[in-house]
Design a protein around this ligand. Structure first.
Ligand code: TYD
Length: 196
């Protein structure tokens, strides 16, 4: 089963992902951007304030394709539980916002690029914080973390949650890390129970 963690910068995804590592020691824990050279290219682009948004979409997408073939699919084929800190919805939400004014219906465009070949998550835990909390917590250090941009990303996440309520579970991530971790662990445990 493939579980993904999504949310704005400053939503606490990485803290939750680390906590799940103790709870599910046999699961495969992975991230996007990945640690591969494709992920390195993505991180160079994140640090470049003049990066072209279309070029950046395809760097992230290349990283995702390699992530799928090298890590995700082999682990799922072995029957492992896979937990990814960010996955396709980060592209739909973030590049869907970055490409506004460049392509028509950017969120749909970015989804369309992925749909023929990606693997949808079975469960997506959406750590919901408002854009100003996210920007304040993340320190707004890179170009993606500005509050106006995060507001557009938040709106895209809302559209995604609305369009696929069976896959997304919204977690109120404005609470303490302990409370957020507890909610996530409860949702994950009950989903795993249902599927076993
Ligand atoms: P991430 O490593 O998750 O940063 P953090 O741990 O600080 O949340 O992601 C880095 C940045 O890249 C983040 O601002 C979100 C952005 N991003 C995209 O715009 N598209 C994507 O597909 C991914 C995976 C990340």
């Amino acid at each position: 089963m493939l579980v993904t963690l999504e949310g704005l910068d400053g939503s606490g995804k990485t803290t939750v992902w680390e906590a799940l590592g103790n709870e599910y020691p046999d699961a495969v824990f992975t991230t996007e951007p990945t640690g591969s050279w494709y992920g390195d290219a993505v991180r160079r682009s994140i640090d470049d304030d003049d990066a072209d948004p279309v070029a950046e979409l395809f760097l992230y997408t290349a990283d995702h394709a390699a992530h799928l073939s090298r890590t995700i699919r082999p682990a799922l084929d072995e029957g492992r539980l896979v937990i990814s800190d960010r996955y396709v919805d980060s592209r739909y939400a973030y590049q869907g916002a970055a490409l506004a004014g460049i392509v028509d219906r950017p969120l749909e465009y970015v989804r369309g690029v992925h749909l023929p070949w990606t693997r949808e998550p079975d469960l997506t835990l959406y750590l919901d914080v408002d854009p100003s909390t996210g920007a304040a917590r993340s320190g707004a250090t890179n170009k993606f973390e500005q509050v106006e941009y995060l507001a557009a990303v938040h709106e895209n996440y809302e559209r995604l949650v609305e369009s696929d309520p069976g896959r997304f579970v919204r977690i109120d991530a404005t609470r303490s890390p302990e409370a957020v971790i507890e909610s996530v662990e409860n949702v994950l445990a009950s989903t795993l129970d249902e599927r076993s």
